[in-house]
Design a protein around this ligand. Structure first.
Ligand code: GTP
Ligand code: MG
Length: 301
């Protein structure tokens, strides 16, 4: 894939944190775009393209007003249009329930969609004890789904629970989101070396029904654990058993053998629909020595 073809974008406070952290793991393969009303969101990423939507001039948020955020994005969009024209794949990350993420992420998705990009969205849903935020998020996720090829719902509650177990900060995405995006970006950026490309991904994703992304990592000596972890992927509430389409990419170190590869792919694919259309790819890299990672896009759920 050409330079600039993959764009990782964060919208709102949480979205910017997730995008920044995910991008830091694959910065040589993708561009980073951060969009927020709060300038503090850009502080940790000097190389990012930043869109500061601050019509009020007070440097703060949009105070839970999604309509205002959407309006501001439309006003400021000219500066990010060249990035969208160049991109083939756009991964949008946002936390819903506030103003900026809820209002502006769907606008960004729709512009990317219009530019013929493949649009993958990762949307955090607010804690259940915040009813007003949940209401805002519900309205926002519909618009986001309409304008994305794949929209992955992430429960922030689950993320917080995972983060506590990992002794990590849930606001930073608890590691999972970064791994998922890194896996996807490295897989797709290596097009040409492997038998996977964006057209394959489009074919699989465009099946009717829901789609989601799955990631599982583990060590070469326990390939079964990689699949177990992938199935328990906490990023989505969907069950993958009935999947009609699947793109699976297995990445390992130079120590990965064909037997490892078969074990991982067969165990994973056997949990899907018997008529599932499967596209497979594999890749070895030095930095994966001793480890195996499975990244899958499943659709038709
Ligand atoms: N419980 C809890 N939830 C939070 C916290 N921070 C953010 N969230 C959740 O994450 C969602 C998105 O938050 P942000 O990304 O900060 O919001 P934003 O898009 O920047 O929106 P505005 O700042 O209102 O423009 C909110 O709806 C909350 O549900 C927190 O400290 N505690
Ligand atoms: Mg904010």
């Amino acid at each position: 894939m050409d330079e600039g073809a993959i764009l990782v974008a964060g919208v709102g406070g949480i979205g910017c944190t997730w995008a920044e952290r995910a991008h830091s793991k694959c910065s040589e393969l993708a561009d980073l775009l951060l969009i927020d009303a709060d300038e503090a969101s850009f502080a940790g990423a000097p190389a990012a393209h930043c869109l500061h939507l601050d019509a009020g001039g007070d440097g703060r948020g949009t105070a839970a007003l999604p309509a205002l955020a959407a309006h501001r994005l439309r006003d400021g969009i000219d500066s990010v249009a060249p990035l969208l024209e160049q991109a083939e794949l756009v991964v949008i990350m946002t936390g819903l329930g506030g103003g900026m993420g809820s209002g502006a992420s769907a606008e960004l998705a729709s512009l990317a969609y219009e530019n013929d990009c493949l649009v993958i969205t990762i949307a955090g849903l607010p804690f259940a004890e915040q009813p007003l935020r949940c209401k805002i998020a519900e309205a926002a996720i519909q618009a986001l789904e309409e304008n994305s090829h794949v929209c992955i719902r992430v429960s922030m509650e689950r993320l917080a629970w995972q983060a506590r177990r990992r002794d990590d900060d849930w606001r930073a995405g608890s590691g999972w989101i970064g791994e998922l995006v890194e896996g996807l970006v490295t897989t797709l950026a290596k097009v040409g070396k492997i038998n996977l490309d964006l057209m394959d991904l489009r074919t699989v994703i465009n099946r009717p029904g829901n789609a989601t992304l799955i990631v599982g990592t583990g060590t070469t000596d326990r390939p079964d654990k990689v699949v177990g972890e992938a199935r328990k992927s906490p990023l989505s509430d969907l069950r993958v058993d009935g999947a009609k389409g699947c793109m699976i990419q297995v990445e390992g170190g130079p120590d990965m053998t064909l037997a490892h590869l078969n074990e991982v792919t067969e165990a994973f694919v056997s949990s899907l629909d018997p008529d599932c259309q499967v596209i497979m790819g594999a890749r070895a890299s030095d930095e994966m020595m001793g480890r195996i990672r499975l990244v899958a896009v499943v659709s038709g759920l």
